[in-house]
Design a protein around this ligand. Structure first.
Ligand code: WCC
Ligand code: FE2
Length: 630
């Protein structure tokens, strides 16, 4: 018999994969096995920016001796490849953010009549940061000014992005010293593409500095803008109970899943699905009701704000369909496997593409338009109801699900530490200073079929909290923890070290705080800035006992995120092979040089135990430098 190789560390996922194998249904897990990565491209040693190549810079002394046809060296090629990844990741988050700005503008001017300003307090907070007068003015006028001000972040040719000033002064000073304060998001992305095209920028350090500038445009630009506008339009999250894993699907209800990243249409679907008329429609088709679920970050958005359950992250998308219970799956943009369209043909599931930017051959396309949001949402819900009758008995019906607590916005974290009038980060800083909390780790990023998927997330989550490290999680990192049953307060009782447990019990929080979607990594930047301002720890983001980890990353967006954390002063550890691993020089710049300049770094470390050790080491060294209690 074949030796059984575990493909997912999640039991329910593994059962579905096995069911699929028995039924000859292929998933990303088998494809990953069949399709080994190209060892040259994997380490960043392949240059294909022109058509004299691709040039593969390999060999024993490649670092010193290998040259492309144009003469490009290995460090140049590896750096260029990474900068292009940053540019693509930044483009993804920031183009999503652009649509959020345009939706805010359309809502403010009354053109998108289905949307309103839900969180006026947050609008005022943002207006305050932007220096926009809000007192005594009509809410929609303020919202319009906020939207127009954000649009400048996509058009101003000189100067600085609006939110650069939200970083601690010292962090800003470091950026200015090295010339990496972004001017506008689109300009930095365009310049990244220009500089990395054939025959332009060839100095690896210089290239990577622009990579950081572009990444800052993502974190302190697009991502932060998206988080803020989403809160303004749909409400700032506060803790909410929900459920996670495949057991969220119901046998006797219409199961409609929202997958991707953009919250606008999903918000409308959530709203529409509870309309009596829609429920009656579902009943007329023989179902007992309409059950919404989510996947990836669209899931995180509606989980954080409405408690809509999640079926999990990236590697769960095919498996969700394989339960045979999904009547319709809407997708918008990012992290959507094209494989789902082909796979859905084996079941009854309808895949619905909804973005004008993203189509998949053979999927149904119902294009979202913010001006007709409700109408379109109804059309989609009806289509799911119609398809309920086509449900077959095939599929791997899994009933496992776990409770989760999500919805920890930075505003709520501040609030829970002191109530509305005394909201502050004092208790958190105090707990870190006293050593009850050893440090904070942002556990984020994708889940990946190249390792027993979600397994490294689970390992690091338990080990870190055992070591009194508070975890803030986002994206598929949150999904991995949620579908493992880790996003509950009980987790603190069972696994947390004594100090962290005490803090969690006193404040009433879980030891792993789900902060939202991938764009909501910007909330971590805001929290770190608030901690710096609060005093007692570092007075800039650099030097805090905090680390970012993306153990199973796969997306270019993850690289952009890692780099903006590094530029902001956070040591970052990514799993898997290093995409710049071919070049010692580039590796040295991204660890040692960046650390010297920004107190942040970007490591790639495939071994989970070493990742843990490195993270704890950074935390302890930061504590030592701050002269904090052991
Ligand atoms: Ni963000 Fe990674 Fe998930 Fe996609 S949704 S798979 S980039 S972590
Ligand atoms: Fe995401």
């Amino acid at each position: 018999m074949d030796k059984h190789i575990m493909k997912s560390a999640n039991e329910a996922a593994e059962r579905i994969i096995e069911w699929g194998e028995a039924h000859k249904i292929e998933t990303c897990f088998e494809r990953a096995e069949k399709l080994k990565p190209c060892p040259i491209g994997e380490k960043g040693a392949c240059c294909k920016v022109c058509h004299m190549g691709p040039c593969r810079l390999v060999g024993k002394n490649a670092e010193e001796e290998a040259r492309g046809v144009c003469g490009a060296t290995l460090p140049t090629v590896a750096a260029r490849n990474l900068v292009r990844m940053i540019a693509a990741g930044t483009a993804a988050h920031s183009d999503h953010a652009r649509d959020m700005v345009l939706t805010l503008l359309a809502a403010a001017t009354g053109e998108a009549k289905d949307f309103q300003i839900t969180d006026v307090r947050k609008l005022y907070r943002v207006a305050g940061i932007l220096g926009i007068e809000f007192e005594g003015r009509p809410v929609n006028d303020v919202a319009k000014d906020v939207a127009l001000r954000f649009l400048e972040d996509y058009s101003r040719q000189k100067g600085e992005i609006n939110y650069a000033k939200r970083a601690p002064k010292k962090t800003q000073e470091r950026w200015r010293k090295w010339g990496i304060v972004p001017r506008n998001i689109d300009r930095e992305i365009a310049e990244a593409m220009h500089r990395t095209s054939v025959g332009v920028d060839h100095d690896p350090d210089h290239l990577l500095l622009h990579g950081l500038k572009t990444a800052i445009a993502d974190g302190w630009g697009g991502s932060m803008i998206s988080t803020d506008i989403t809160d303004i339009l749909f409400g700032t999250p506060r803790p909410v109970k929900a459920e996670a894993s495949f057991g969220i699907f119901k046998e006797d209800e219409v199961n409609l899943v929202v997958h991707g990243h953009e919250p606008s249409l999903a918000e409308m679907i959530v709203d529409v699905a509870s309309e009596p008329e829609m429920i009656a429609y579902a009943k007329s088709k023989g179902a007992k009701g309409i059950n919404l679920g989510g996947m990836c970050c669209t899931a995180n958005e509606v989980l954080m704000r409405h408690g809509i359950p999640t079926a999990g992250g990236f590697t769960n998308q095919e498996l969700g369909i394989m339960t045979g219970l999904v009547d319709a799956l809407t997708v918008d943009v990012q992290c959507i496997m094209p494989a789902i369209a082909e796979l859905s043909k084996k079941f009854h599931t309808k895949i619905i593409t909804t973005s004008e930017k993203a189509k998949i051959p053979s999927a149904v396309h119902i294009e979202y338009d913010e001006h007709r949001a409700r109408e379109i949402a109804r059309e989609i819900v009806k289509l799911a109801c119609d398809n309920y009758q086509n449900r077959k008995t095939e599929g791997s019906h899994i009933t496992d699900k776990f409770p989760v607590v999500a919805g920890f916005s930075h505003e709520y974290i501040e609030y829970m530490q002191g109530g509305r009038w005394r909201a502050s980060f004092r208790p958190l800083n105090d707990a870190i200073m006293a050593g009850r909390i050893r440090g904070v780790v942002g556990l984020a990023g994708c889940d990946n079929p190249r390792v027993p998927s979600t397994g490294i997330h689970k390992y690091l989550a338990t080990e870190l909290i055992k070591n009194d490290v508070l975890i803030v999680s986002t994206g598929c990192g949150s999904a991995a923890c949620g579908t493992a049953g880790y996003l509950t307060p009980e987790m603190a009782l069972e696994h947390a070290g004594p100090g962290l447990r005490e803090v969690c019990e006193a404040i009433g929080i879980p030891p792993i705080l789900h902060l939202g979607a991938c764009v909501d990594n910007s909330r971590i930047l805001t929290i770190l800035s608030a901690m710096a301002e609060e005093g007692g720890l570092s007075d800039e983001i650099g030097g805090m006992p905090g680390v970012g980890i993306a153990p199973e990353w796969m997306s270019e967006k993850a690289i952009a995120i890692g780099c903006y954390f590094a530029a902001s002063g956070v040591p970052v550890i990514f799993g898997g092979e290093s995409p710049v691993g071919s070049s010692e020089e580039v590796t040295r710049i991204m660890t040692e040089v960046w650390y010297e300049r920004f107190k942040g770094a970007m490591h790639f470390e495939p071994d989970p135990e070493k990742m843990l050790a490195l993270a704890l080491d950074y935390i302890d060294k930061a504590r030592e430098a701050l002269k904090l209690k052991k």
